[in-house]
Write a protein that binds this ligand. Structure first.
Ligand code: CP3
Length: 336
């Protein structure tokens, strides 16, 4: 691999600059993505088209020159293997079709997601430039899609389910933990250099609920991966400042945090690596503000390693490609 900056930064080794990649780096803000995407009507078929997914995964390397590629897929695809119908209606986000009965879920068979492993194998075969990141949704974030049946703003159904149907909640969290453990293991076996677990919806939980009902499954999932592989694992969680101290003790190699965390203080408390932190809304500001806010963050990082630049959440479809490129160039121009 020509550029292993990401792997060195995660291990805490000496680096000449901070590595950069962006969550949702391949997406609708890119004209080239929209052109390829347009050829396939539904999003799930698009994820299953290995050649298109490989081409799209490579776009950020070609156009932004980022230091890692993340495979093009979606956190919801393993749910289909459990027997849940997934639908992406245009501009409405995902819709999931599950009866609500845990016993209706099928046993997860990782080989039914073989197209994902094919994408990883081809990405490793076609380029030896940068590391390939595999990913999955975390148990709680996937559970919230199952219970809500769609995107939500307050997750009230998920919370009531967690509080009142404790038995079903824990059975479902167990099933999802085993599923994601097998799914990520298969991605690592296919060649993923790093894997990221997306816990996008922890943001809405109280600390007590997170600690009692979510964290044990995150720890179980991390153990399942870490007992088998040395591959670095990144855990992305929102509402980060509420839970970050709990996560210092886990087996995650990298904590990917949102902008609620003050990294200048947080990174002094542990030798774990960190990722992220810049508020994605910065990309709606002027070029001057983008440079200023990015450099302010980079200058505040208290260690010369153990940090990976990223946003605190993903890029949005209405962001300006030129500004995204400016952001990447600003990070790459900051020498340590
Ligand atoms: O980061 C990358 O470039 C890799 C690809 C990727 C996608 N989804 C592609 C996608 C990744 C890593 C994801 C993860 C994902 N998917 C998350 C976790 C990250 C986060 O943002 O918190 C979540 C919560 C989902 C669920 C999901 N998938 C939603 C809510 C939507 C619809 C949103 C919308 O804007 O329509 C998707 C669809 C989706 N996944 C798209 C892309 C590029 C857009 C669909 C399209 O192009 O038609």
């Amino acid at each position: 691999m020509k550029n292993n900056l990401l792997l060195r930064a995660i291990k805490g080794e000496k680096i000449e600059r901070f590595p950069v990649w962006l969550m949702r780096q391949a997406g609708r803000y890119m004209k080239e993505y929209r052109d390829i995407r347009q050829r396939e009507r539904d999003f799930v078929s698009f994820c299953k088209n290995v050649d298109s997914a490989v081409r799209v995964s490579l776009l950020p390397l070609e156009l932004l020159e980022v230091d890692a590629i993340i495979i093009f897929s979606d956190i919801l695809v393993p749910l289909e293997v459990l027997g849940v119908g997934i639908e992406f209606a245009e501009n409405e986000g995902p819709k999931l079709h599950w009866s609500g009965k845990v016993s209706d879920l099928k046993k997860y068979n990782p080989s039914e997601n073989s197209y994902v492993y094919e994408i990883i194998k081809k990405l490793k075969q076609f380029q030896q430039e940068v590391p390939v990141i595999g990913f999955a949704g975390a148990p709680f974030t996937l559970l919230s899609y199952l219970v809500e049946g769609k995107s939500s703003t307050d997750f009230r159904r998920t919370k009531v389910f967690m509080w009142e149907r404790e038995y079903d909640f824990s059975r479902l969290m167990e099933i999802l933990t085993l599923t994601i453990g097998d799914y990520l293991s298969a991605q690592i076996e296919a060649g993923a250099d790093v894997v990221q677990i997306f816990d996008s919806w922890t943001l809405h939980l109280s600390r007590a609920d997170y600690e009692e009902s979510v964290l044990p499954y995150v720890e179980e999932l991390l153990s399942r991966i870490k007992t088998k592989f040395d591959t670095p694992v990144i855990y992305f969680f929102r509402g980060s400042s509420s839970f970050v101290d709990l996560l210092r003790k886990t087996k995650a190699d990298v904590l990917s945090v949102d902008w609620s965390v003050d990294l200048s203080l947080e990174m002094l408390k542990t030798d774990k690596a960190f990722q992220g932190n810049l508020d994605p809304s910065v990309l709606y500001a002027s070029e001057e503000t983008i440079k200023l806010k990015t450099l302010q963050l980079l200058r505040s990082i208290p260690r010369k390693s153990g940090y990976v630049f990223n946003l605190g959440h993903g890029l949005a479809p209405d962001m300006d490609f030129k500004k995204v490129k400016l952001l990447v160039d600003t990070v790459k121009g900051y020498r340590l």
